[in-house]
Design a protein around this ligand. Structure first.
Ligand code: SF4
Length: 540
C-alpha cells in the first residue's frame, strides 16, 4: 500500500567508525513482558518494519480512543485484550509453549516471533513519535497502558521472574526495620486490621516517593524522609511507574539520538539499532523509503490505519445492484451520505468525491457493471457520449480495469482525513473535520441524532480533533438498541465498542446490526470486477 521508492544515494561513511560498539545479533526473549531496554539489532524486511508498526499503532490508537470515550478500566481491558489476541500483537506465555518435543519447539519459535514483532514495532514507533512533544506524550501514555494491561494479565510466576530480571534498586526492609516500624507502616499504608498480618508478612520496599506518585496520591504508602514505604502487594505500581520513567527518558534521548538504520536496497531488508542514534538521523533523512513510512506512522493517531486483510463484506443473499444503493444509504457513515446526497442533488460529483465514493461502493460489493449503471444514471444531465468519454474510464480505473490495473482499496478514515482536503466547492473528506459545526449538527439530525448530550460530546470530539471518535459516538447512538441486543446475546464478532476506522467497516457493522445474520465478513473479499455480485477477488 505504500509506494516503495528506490533508495536515494547514501552518503559514503566510514562504516567501521559508524557502527563501532553495535552488536548485531538475534535476541532471545525469555519473558513475555518487555521494558524495551535493549534495541533490536537484527535484520527485518521493509514490509515487516512497516506492517508491524501499523499493527501496534492500531492498538495504541484504540487505547487512546477508549480513554477519550471515558471507558472504564474493565471495558478498556476487554476491548484491547481482544484486539491484541485477534492477530495484531498476541503474546503467549512461556507456560503455553512448554519445551522439549518438536511440536513444542515450533510453539517456542512462534512465541519468539511474536515477541520479536512486539520489540521491533515498539522501536519503530519510538522513531515515528519521538519527533514532537505531543506525539511523545501520547506514545508514552498509550504504551504505559498497553504494558499495564499485559502486566495484569501475565502469569504470576512469569511476571515475578520478569521483575527479578530487571534488577531494580528497590530496598527491601529488613525484618528488624519492619518490626520497628510496624505500626507506622500499617497505618501509613491504610492497611485494614483484618489484612494487617498478611501485608506485614509479605514485606515492604523503600523507594523515592516520585516513583510511586499514584500510590502517594491514593495514600497507600508511608512517606518518611523523601522515601515511600510500599507494601509488596503494590508492586505493580512500582513496575509500571518504572516502565513509564524509563520510556520517557528514552524518548527524550531519541531527540538527540534515535536510531540507526542501515538499508540494503536489493533485498529490501534493513538493520535497526537504537544505540548511537545521533549518528542515525542524518542517514535516516537520506533514505527516502523510511521517512515516508515514519511520516505516515506519525499521523496514525489521527485515525488508526485500517488492516484491509481483515475485512471485506458480502451481504448474504442481497443482490447488490445500482438500484438498491438509495436504500442502503441509511447504513452509510456521514462522509458517504454526504457524497450520495450531493450526487443526487447536483447530478454530479467532482473528481475526488467520485474517487472516494466509487471505491466505497466497490468495497460494499457493487460490481463494476453495476457501478457503471449507477454512475451513468446519477449523471443524468449529460448524455451517453459525454459519460463514456469523461467518466467511464475513471469508474473502471477504480476497479483495476484501466491504466496500471491496480486494484485500489476503499479509502480508510485515515486516508480520508489526511489526503486531499476538499476545497470550497468539494464534498469529499470527513465531514466531522471539514463541515462547519452548525451544518454538521443539521446533518446529524438527518441521521436521527438530536440528543443534546450526544451532540455536545460530538462537538468536544471535534474540538479535540478526534474525528473518528465523533463518528464512533454517532454510530453507537444510532445503533444503541441493536448494540444492547447483541451485547445481551453475547456479542457480535464486529465488536461493540471498537472505534470506527473505515467507512466500509461502518457500513458492515451498521448493516449487520440492523439486519442480523445478513452480513458475512470474510477475508479479502472484494466485489467482482465484472458481472453480478457474489464472486470474490483479492484486494491489494
Ligand atoms: Fe467517514 Fe471515517 Fe469520517 Fe466516519 S470518521 S465520517 S467513516 S471518514
Amino acid at each position: 500500500m505504500y509506494r516503495q521508492e528506490p533508495a536515494k544515494r547514501v552518503r559514503a561513511i566510514d562504516s567501521k567508525k559508524h557502527w563501532a560498539g553495535v552488536d548485531f545479533k538475534q535476541l532471545f526473549y525469555p519473558h513475555r513482558l518487555n521494558f524495551y531496554n535493549t534495541p533490536p539489532t537484527t535484520e527485518i524486511t521493509l514490509d515487516e518494519f512497516e506492517q508491524w508498526a501499523i499493527d501496534r499503532l492500531r492498538i495504541l490508537g484504540e487505547i487512546e480512543s477508549c480513554l477519550y470515550r471515558n471507558m472504564t478500566a474493565a471495558e478498556l481491558q476487554d476491548v484491547i485484550i481482544k484486539k491484541l489476541q485477534k492477530d495484531l500483537l498476541p503474546l503467549g506465555a512461556n507456560s503455553a509453549a512448554g519445551g522439549g518435543s518438536k511440536f513444542q519447539d515450533s510453539k517456542i519459535a512462534k512465541q519468539q516471533d511474536e515477541r520479536r514483532k512486539d520489540h521491533y514495532s515498539h522501536y519503530t514507533l519510538r522513531l515515528a513519535f519521538a519527533r514532537s512533544e505531543d506525539l511523545r506524550k501520547r506514545f508514552l501514555a498509550t504504551e504505559t497502558i498497553l504494558f499495564k494491561l499485559r502486566y495484569n494479565s501475565d502469569d504470576t510466576q512469569e511476571r515475578q521472574a520478569f521483575i527479578e530480571s530487571l534488577g531494580f534498586d528497590w530496598e527491601f526492609l529488613s525484618v528488624e526495620e519492619k518490626v520497628a516500624m510496624r505500626e507506622d507502616l500499617l497505618a501509613g499504608t491504610g492497611t485494614k486490621s483484618n489484612e494487617a498480618d498478611a501485608v506485614f508478612e509479605a514485606g515492604f520496599f523503600r523507594v523515592d516517593w516520585e516513583k510511586v506518585y499514584d500510590l502517594v496520591d491514593q495514600r497507600k504508602v508511608l512517606l518518611r524522609g523523601g522515601k515511600a514505604y510500599v507494601p509488596e502487594s503494590q508492586q505493580s505500581s512500582l513496575v509500571i511507574a518504572e516502565f513509564t520513567a524509563r520510556l520517557e527518558k528514552a524518548l527524550e534521548a531519541c531527540l538527540l539520538p534515535p536510531q540507526v538504520f542501515s538499508s540494503r536496497r536489493r533485498n529490501r531488508s534493513l538493520t535497526i539499532s537504537t544505540q548511537l542514534t545521533a549518528r542515525a538521523l542524518p542517514r535516516l533523512d537520506e533514505d527516502d523509503r523510511l521517512i515516508p513510512i515514519l511520516n505516515h506512522l506519525s499521523r496514525g493517531f489521527i485515525a488508526p490505519e485500517y488492516n484491509t486483510s481483515m475485512t471485506a463484506t458480502t451481504l448474504n443473499g442481497a443482490s447488490l445492484t445500482a438500484a438498491v444503493i438509495d436504500d442502503l444509504v441509511q447504513y452509510f457513515p456521514m462522509c458517504m451520505r454526504q457524497l450520495h446526497t450531493t450526487l443526487r442533488r447536483e447530478k454530479h460529483l467532482l473528481h475526488n468525491g467520485r474517487l472516494q465514493y466509487n471505491l466505497f461502493l466497490k468495497g460494499i460489493g457493487l460490481s463494476v457493471d453495476e457501478a457503471l449503471i449507477f454512475w451513468r444514471k446519477s449523471f443524468s444531465r449529460i448524455d451517453d457520449d459525454e459519460f463514456q468519454k469523461k467518466y467511464r474510464y475513471n469508474v473502471r480505473h477504480g476497479y483495476g480495469l484501466e491504466g496500471t490495473r491496480r486494484n485500489y482499496k476503499p479509502m480508510s478514515c485515515q486516508q480520508i482525513l489526511t489526503d486531499r482536503r476538499p476545497a470550497a466547492n468539494q464534498v469529499h473528506g470527513c465531514p466531522y473535520r471539514e463541515v462547519a459545526i452548525d451544518n454538521l449538527v443539521v446533518g446529524l439530525g438527518t441521521m436521527g441524532v438530536s440528543d443534546r448530550d450526544v451532540i455536545r460530546h460530538v462537538r468536544e470530539d471535534i474540538e479535540a480533533k478526534k474525528y473518528h471518535v465523533a463518528c464512533s459516538r454517532v454510530f453507537e447512538h444510532t445503533h444503541a438498541k441493536e448494540l444492547k441486543r447483541e451485547k445481551e446475546a453475547g456479542g457480535w464478532s464486529g465488536g461493540l465498542t471498537e472505534n470506527i476506522i473505515h467507512p466500509n467497516e461502518y457500513f458492515t457493522r451498521s448493516f449487520g446490526l440492523k439486519n442480523p445474520g445478513s452480513v458475512e465478513a470474510t477475508n479479502a473479499i472484494a466485489p467482482p470486477a465484472s458481472g453480478g455480485s457474489g464472486q470474490s477477488m483479492e484486494m491489494d
